[in-house]
Structures are given as C-alpha cells and as structure tokens.
Design a protein around this ligand. Structure first.
Ligand code: GDP
Ligand code: GDP
Length: 446
C-alpha cells in the first residue's frame, strides 16, 4: 500500500494557513493539546481531495513554539515540512500584497524543488486585486485567488492541486477508498540519543558517505532527506544526526536532540528508535518511545553496537522484558539488534520497518472484527458495575495510520481501564499488529 501524497501549507504568519488547513481537512481546529510541555499542536491531517486521500500539513502555530530569531524559526519549520512534501501550497495575503517575509519564504519553497501552487488568500471582494497581481513577482506563475474564510475559490484550488499531483477527480462513492496509485515513498526517521550511532547507521544504509550539500547555501545538509529503495519499496529517510552536531556549539546537545526528534517524528510514518546496547533504555530513549506512540506513529527499535554485547541471548531477553514494562503501550514492538559499524543486521531493519508500516496501514474487515469481539467477550465478559453488566455490541475500524477502532458500549464511562487494555491487547494479537499504537475508542450505544 502506498501512502497518500503530502501537501504542505507554507507562508508567513497570518496569511491564513490555518484557516485554509481547516477548510481542506474539514477540521474546526488545527490545534490539539495532548502533550503538555512538549508539543502542543498537531498539524497533520488526512483529507479527502475530490475523492483522493491526501495528507495536509499545516506549518502555522509553530512560530510561537521555538526560540531564536524569526528567520531561523521560519526556516526550520518550513524546511522540515518542505522536505516531506509532495506539493506545496504557498499562501500569501492578497490584501497585504507581497512583503519581504513572503519573499524569504518563497526562496525556501523554491529551493525545496517541490511543485508549488501559489495561493492568494483573502481575495473576497475587491481588496485583494492588487496583491493578486503583485504575487506574480514571486515567480510561481498564476496565483489561485481564494478566500479561505468565506470558502470562495476552493474548487479551483482543488483542481490545481489535483493537476499538480497528477490525480483525478474521483466522484464520491466511486472507489474513493483507494489511495492514488502513484507509489509515494514511506517516510522513515531515525532518532535516538547522541552517540547512539545514528550517523554511522545512515551511512551504513546509504552505503557511502553522504554528500554534504543542500539545495542552497545556508540550508543545513541535514534537512535533505535521502530517497532509497528497500526491498523494492520507496523510502524517504530523515536523519536527525547532523543537526545535533551543528547545534552543539550553541545549545545543550541533549535538549536539542530531543526537539529534532520531535520534528522528525511528526513528519515520519515509521520511526526507528536507535538505542545503544551498552546503555539501553535511558530516560531519553523512553521519552522518545512515548512520543512516537502518542503521535500515533509506527515504531521499530534498533539496538546498535551489538558487536560489543557478549551474552547476546541474555541481553536480548532482558531488553524485551524492560520494553514490556517501560513501553507497555506498544507490546511486541520489533527489536532489531545490529551493528551499524560492521553493517551486520542492517538488512533486517528494512524488513522490520516495512512490516511496521504495513501494520500501521492495516484495515481489518468489520465482520472479522465482530467475530473477534464475540470471542473476546466470551473469554472474559465485561464486568458488572453498580450491579449492572456493561454491554459491548459492535466494533468497526474507521481509520488506519494508526489503526483506530470504535466499539459501541452501553456505558463507556464505566468500563474499567483494565478491561479496555485487555481488549486492546487481544485485538493486537488477533490481527497481528505488533509495535503500532492502537486506538480503541468507545461510543455510547445499546
Ligand atoms: P496563519 O497564521 O497563516 O495560520 O493565519 P490564520 O489562519 O490564523 O489567519 C490569520 C487571520 O486572517 C485570521 O484572523 C483569519 O480569520 C484571517 N483570514 C484567514 N483567511 C481569510 C480570508 O480568506 N479573508 C479574510 N478577510 N481574512 C482571512
Ligand atoms: P550519533 O551521535 O547517534 O550520530 O552517533 P555516531 O554515528 O556519531 O556514533 C557514535 C559513536 O559510536 C562513534 O564513535 C561510532 O564509531 C560508534 N558506533 C556507531 N555504531 C557502532 C557499532 O555498531 N558498534 C560499535 N562498537 N561502535 C559504534
């Protein structure tokens, strides 16, 4: 299965990126606050583009999240989004015309080499005319005039987006479930503590020293992803190793490597958490592991420096036990022992990543789910709370990436957590979904 095309919305603050994101995804709010202290905004949503499944990424809201100069902050956010994008919506405010910030963003967008659709937002009424014409000077061709707020011009915009992505208009109901046929690369990030061996591993995977070049001077080489093929499938590898080295000069290495990891996790579909076999599961490793599951990404754990481990059998057993206790949200996550230095075991990583990706995308047919539910209920019936037995009637899987299930329950608020855990683990086993964060939501229904 291929992943849907990624569309990044880029532009300076206040041009209407979030408003457009909400329009395209049908979401009321682009901001979901579920990770206090770490990340506050989720800016990636799947959307239906005239019957085509796409992923839309909003870069708004990040401005406030980072320290550093405006230019630096803009650059970092936009670069990461651009690197992962198949199409860029470059948004300007037609009422304001073209500002110097618009120009510096446009340089970044151009340097990414991605296809760009220029969007002149706030074009309702006539106040946007001048800005519309001024936008030609950005060199992205004819702007598409829209009003995100008033919902004007959106069908033209969708038409332009489909054309740029080489997709067709699919009428609702006509095969709208199937993602587009073009094989998109699977986005994989390698994250881990400093010195875990990330650079060594990336070099081992690419089989050569990386070229130290960016699309334009001033862009760090690290933001340039590597495209490769694993077992016949396209993979886009994001590596967070180099950024840390550059940052060491200015900031505490540990701290920065965590924020790199957060960025990488958000743009990845599968995250490889690289740990050091000699210092396994330190605090930072577990934090990253938690973050990956919170963000709903697929996870593979690679245990590096396996050449230094003496009793390999025993160590593996211990690692599995620790994982079961400390990262209990994703039981059965795949462990791949390897040596980045010698290259041993690196080939096993490819298969583990692709398997995790497939589990993450798996859709279980509703009849199978309901057969499973019946058996699971028979094995352990739901408890009685306040003298009345809680009933579960029906389950379905509305979405994938990660697999998300909804079960209908007579009293969802009363069902004990332990019982939900039992169901989740049983689901995971029955449908072979190791290492992916599962979501099981309960809805009220008799
Ligand atoms: P962002 O910072 O680029 O994400 O911009 P927002 O989506 O937060 O929008 C910035 C401001 O512009 C908000 O006050 C919006 O209500 C307003 N806005 C967004 N789209 C339009 C539009 O089409 N027309 C007008 N007049 N205002 C808009
Ligand atoms: P990064 O900070 O995560 O990018 O880590 P590096 O790739 O720079 O590696 C940190 C150190 O670990 C270097 O001295 C590497 O040579 C060493 N290293 C990396 N992989 C292995 C391995 O598989 N075995 C051994 N023995 N050392 C390794």
């Amino acid at each position: 299965m291929s992943s849907p095309p990624v569309i990044a919305i880029i532009g300076r603050p206040n041009v209407g990126k979030s408003t457009l994101f909400n329009r395209l995804t049908g979401k009321r709010s682009a901001l979901v606050s579920d990770m206090p202290g770490l990340t506050r905004d989720r800016r990636e949503e799947e959307a239906d583009l005239a019957g085509n499944l796409v992923t839309i990424v909003d870069t708004a809201g990040l401005e406030q999240a980072k320290r550093g100069s405006i230019a630096e902050r803009m650059r970092q956010q936009s670069e990461a989004a651009l690197a992962a994008a198949d199409l860029v919506l470059f948004v300007i405010d037609a009422r304001e015309g073209i500002t110097s910030d618009d120009k510096s963003f446009s340089k970044l967008a151009r340097a990414s080499g991605r296809p760009i659709v220029l969007v002149a937002n706030k074009s309702e009424g006539r106040a946007g005319e001048e800005g519309f014409y001024a936008a030609y000077e950005l060199g992205f061709g004819e702007p598409v005039a829209i009003s995100a707020e008033h919902g004007e011009g959106l069908s033209d915009l969708v038409g332009e987006m489909l054309a740029a992505l080489g997709l067709k208009y699919v009428r609702p109901g006509e095969d709208a479930e199937e993602p587009p046929a073009t094989a998109r690369p699977i986005r994989v990030a390698i994250v881990g503590r400093p010195n875990a061996g990330k650079s060594t591993l990336v070099n081992a995977i690419l089989g050569e020293e990386r070229m130290i070049t960016g699309p334009e001077p001033g862009l760090t080489r690290d933001s340039v992803p590597s495209d490769l093929e694993w077992l016949g499938r396209k993979v886009r590898l994001f590596d967070t190793a180099g950024l840390r080295r550059k940052a060491k000069i200015t900031e505490a290495a540990e701290k920065l490597s965590a924020s790199d990891a957060i960025r990488a996790i958000r743009f990845a579909e599968v995250v490889v958490l690289l740990i050091d076999a000699e210092r396994p599961f330190e605090h930072q490793d577990l934090t990253i592991g938690d973050l990956v599951t919170e963000e709903g990404r697929a996870l593979v754990i690679a245990v590096n420096k396996w050449d230094l481990v003496e009793d390999k059998q025993k160590t593996l057993k211990e690692l599995r036990e620790t994982l079961g206790e400390r990262l209990s949200q994703v039981p059965g996550v795949t462990l791949v022992p390897l040596s980045a230095l010698s290259g041993r075991g690196v080939d096993k990583l490819a298969k583990a990543v692709l398997d995790a990706y497939d589990s993450w995308n798996r859709r279980v047919p509703t009849p199978s789910l309901n057969r499973w539910l019946e058996e699971a209920l028979a094995r352990h019936s739901p408890p009685a709370v306040s003298g009345r037995r809680i009933k579960l009637r029906y389950i379905t899987q509305p979405s994938t990436r990660p697999p998300t299930f909804v079960a209908f329950c007579s009293r969802p608020e009363d069902l004990p957590k332990s019982y939900i855990r039992y169901l989740t683990n049983s689901l995971r086993e029955a449908f072979d979904l190791p290492g992916v964060p599962l979501r099981l939501n309960l809805r009220k229904g008799e």
